[in-house]
Design a protein around this ligand. Structure first.
Ligand code: SAH
Length: 222
């Protein structure tokens, strides 16, 4: 069990450093106070290897091993804003990764399911989320392209890896008015953060902004 100092952080991982990060996020257009409050409170440094922890509050993406990255704070804040705008009760995340985005979301939605395809990441994220008492999170090692059919329908499905086309199983697991938020690669290689809103049997798709995410891949690595 880490000491409270480790949880709260010191120096480059201190409360002051976190407050500076959320100050920058607000300057860069993050408006939702709830998101800023959660990110000012939660220890992002615990989601990185010790050697990188001192960089946790820089506005940059950082490696988490296995060729994957923890998204930059701005991206986490933006995605979280988009999710909670929908006032969802049931949310599915594809791409648990370090678990940081999962943690931030868990503080702001009722219940959260998150799927990761790399076992080592899935397990570490589970340890961190238990330590931080994110009791409303359910994790699964699986190819998230298939969603989590037993728990569908979801109000929001969020992908934190870039799809090259909209995964049909995920669209099918949206509720009647559900929303899918995902980076989507275009033929020219650019990635657009895309929001797809279900209206009964039809889907309306909207491009929000260009982004950079690691690709959504198939299969599970045990
Ligand atoms: N939200 C994460 C970002 C991790 S990067 C964080 O805050 O750390 C994207 C993650 O998506 C990686 O961990 C990658 O392994 C995972 N991923 C990619 N394709 C996947 C798939 N089909 N199913 C589940 N997870 C996937």
């Amino acid at each position: 069990m880490p000491s409270s100092d480790l949880l709260r952080g010191v120096g480059m991982t201190s409360q002051r450093t976190r407050d500076r990060m959320t100050g920058r996020l607000a300057d860069h257009g993050v408006r939702d106070r709830r998101v800023l409050e959660v990110m000012a409170h939660e220890p992002r440094h615990l989601f990185l290897d010790e050697a990188l922890a001192h960089r946790a509050y820089e506005d940059t993406s950082l490696p988490i091993g296995h060729g994957q990255t923890l998204s930059q704070p701005w991206m986490v804040a933006r995605m979280t804003e988009l999710v909670i705008q929908e006032a969802p009760s049931r949310v599915l995340e594809v791409g648990t990764g370090s678990g940081y985005q999962t943690l931030v979301l868990s503080r702001l939605v009722q219940e959260l399911w998150s799927v990761e395809r790399i076992n080592a990441l899935h397990r570490r994220a589970g340890e961190r989320l238990r330590l931080l008492k994110a009791h409303n999170v359910h994790l699964r090692l699986a190819d998230g392209g298939h969603g989590w059919p037993e728990e569908a329908p979801f109000d929001v499905i969020l992908l934190t890896a870039c799809a090259s086309e909209l995964p049909a199983p995920l669209l099918a697991q949206l509720g009647e008015e559900g929303v899918l938020i995902t980076p989507l690669a275009q033929p020219d290689g650019r990635q657009w953060l895309t929001r797809v809103r279900r209206r009964g049997d039809s889907f309306e798709s909207e491009r929000l902004e260009t982004v950079r995410f690691v690709p959504l891949l198939e299969g599970v690595i045990r």
